[in-house]
Ligand binder design. Sequence first.
Ligand SMILES: CN1c2c(nc(N)[nH]c2=O)NC[C@@H]1CNc1ccc(C(=O)N[C@@H](CCC(=O)N[C@@H](CCC(=O)N[C@@H](CCC(=O)O)C(=O)O)C(=O)O)C(=O)O)cc1
Ligand SMILES: N[C@@H](CCS)C(=O)O
Ligand SMILES: [Zn+2]
Length: 768
Amino acid sequence: MVQSSILGFPRMGVNRDLKKATEAYWAGKISQADLLAEAKRLRLEHWNIQKKAGVDVIPSNDFALYDQVLHQIQDFGAAPPKYTSHGLNPVDEYFAMGRGHQKNGIDVPSLEMVKWFDSNYHYVKPTLQDNQEFKLTANPKAVSDFEEAKAAGIITRPVLIGPVSFLHLGKADRDQTVQPIDLLEKLIPVYVELLTKLKAAGAETVQIDEPTLVYDLPAKTKAAFKPAYEKFAALGDKIPKIVFATYFGDIVHNIEVLPKDVYAVHVDLVRNPEQLDTVISALGSKTVLSAGVVDGRNIWKTNLKRAIETVETAIQNLGKDRVIVATSSSLLHTPHTLASEKKLDPEIADWFSFACEKAVEVSVIAKAVTEGPASVREQLEANAKSIQSRATSKRTNDPAVKTRQSKITPDMYNRRSEFPTRIAEQQRTLGLPLFPTTTIGSFPQTKEIRIQRNKFTKGEITAGEYEKFIEKEIQDVVKIQEELDLDVYVHGEPERNDMVQYFGERLDGYAFTTHAWVQSYGSRCVRPPIVVGDISRPAPMTVKESKYAVSISKKPMKGMLTGPITCLRWSFPRDDVHQSVQAEQLALALRDEVVDLEAAGVYVIQVDEPALREGLPLRAGKEREAYLKWAVESFRLSVSGVKDSTQIHSHFCYSEFQDFFHAIAALDADVLSIENSKSDAKLLKVFVDEVYPRHIGPGVYDIHSPRVPSEQEIKDRIDEMLVYLKPEQLWINPDCGLKTRQWAETKAALINMVNAAKFYRQKYASTK
Ligand SMILES: CN1c2c(nc(N)[nH]c2=O)NC[C@@H]1CNc1ccc(C(=O)N[C@@H](CCC(=O)N[C@@H](CCC(=O)N[C@@H](CCC(=O)O)C(=O)O)C(=O)O)C(=O)O)cc1
Ligand SMILES: N[C@@H](CCS)C(=O)O
Ligand SMILES: [Zn+2]
């Protein structure tokens, strides 16, 4: 019998129940016991959904209160000392690492949080010490979750991040020099102990995720797989059978380190179906293949016929007993259920499949290959109809968009003059001081803003009333920025539910949902709009609000847009048209918006591209260069329609741009703001080495945490930056937008930031 399996299930719940519970706990509105009870209810509900869908192998320990890597950090005794010395209870210590803690005399910032591979999910980075020791906690979550499911009558497959990936995805703490992979020998005993405990609890199999195998790995990391997995193999049946799981790419380039002695190997056959043959021939003689044929990263209905063909190929090579049907990755990256979408056009809804529906898909595929297609004829026929409907629908194709794309000329990618001419012109018209201060666009999205928007969406208030409300919000943030004495204002983005969804809702070619939430980090979720057809802009999207903001501001007002790559990456993209085509369509739509903003008197325009980095193919090489070429071109196409005097900003919430700095430079943005507060300022050296002449605002404080940075801390950051950047290049801004923050902490942090900027402005006054 061919089994069906899922690598991980979304944990938020059908109505973002986990988000609501954690935020209520943080706000002191519910007790810790209430929070843990809600988490338990959700786990049970999700296991039962999968069981009901007919999934044979159901995961456990895929659930997390904030992040799954963070649970492992804590359970392995790898919480950095600054979190463990305050006597916080384990749950609060866990949240302190995730989001910082500033209460009752304790003041610790959060650990660094970064993108999980090329997804829009963020994990907490293991942050390790030179004298790091690991010690398994008395009651590891992997074991208690397994036992919880078992008590409910479900024998699950616990999920762990593998030792090599855990270390490779980690880093040395500030001022520490340890190379995480060198800690492998110390870490393995903790895995051995945990695996032994899982076996004792009754776990027959365990899923050990080693997704780093899809990367180009340093020799030392590559070499680490062998000793680790040999050690596990030597334990025989003292530990559960291991499913060695990789996803988000192919493993062909690392195939020689694939362990032979594991029970099963999982590969992503949605992203890289072509790796099937190589992987099959590299498997140990008894190893099972877990074939990831149902997409864990997108919402399109699986083409069941095609998936069955792939699984059949594997069966022909390995036999039915050595193949498992699986999702390509965890379903964490997909929304909970399509059943919640009451407003979607039925024609379009028929093309989608969310987590609950994907659970049914894996089980149908497994049944089809076990018992024959006749056993699931009805499902296969309905599926073929949906696939055909999408392939032939008129809604996917807009000839006017294609015509416009065919008329793009080379000059449309270039600003009129080079940067020195432009900046001189901009300095003349904008008149900004040294160390200009600004923010990244959004100000706190208060409960009141969300309530009013919700009322407007439900028709409980009129468009006029909502517009008045938004204008009042803009007035308030302009006034606050005046009081703070910032230099370049923003309108605060109060009208935006999200920086991508907002644009998706205003563009033709997109569908959007009411409940399709996906976890982004911690309790934060996004509702990615879905690209269903050719994209165009039927009307201006942001001009009204920006124009109003300009009209009430005494200082330059930045217009805020989300760039083409970010719109694309944080949407669910089409899988029937190359992403470069979709990005170009978005770029043309945004180009019109940029030109319209300038015509409306907005002379500083920021086009955010935080997702440019995550779109980078995971391995270096030709594919990466090709991506960067079309990504950079899309950005340039979107911003190059303006005069020299209009200042183009771009923003990136990551600092790891060393490996593609040439692309960042090629964007030719006049000012870049980048996340930097939690990274080593040494990373800025690349700007010196590459003789980068344009302006840069490396973030001076972290916005993911409610913690208020002191003026001195900010000055220290600026000092570090000035080692690498010239004073006349440097802008002073936070790491990213402030939408997730409360007003009190926002004002307090910005007061400190502006004071720090003024200090340096005075210090360097004579050099201007
Ligand atoms: C910058 N980031 C973003 C990423 N991806 C995006 N698509 N957008 C981003 O901004 N990726 C990288 C980072 C990740 N960071 C974040 C930061 C913040 C959030 C976030 O705040 N998410 C919100 C949801 C935002 C939203 O869509 N809000 C809507 C709906 C609000 C809502 O819940 N309404 C209630 C009713 C009102 C009420 O009673 O409160 C409801 O519908 O039930 C809106 O504002 O209208 C979050 O809360 O998680 C995400 C990623
Ligand atoms: N302008 C956006 C950028 C987030 S990456 C904001 O400020 O929220
Ligand atoms: Zn950002």
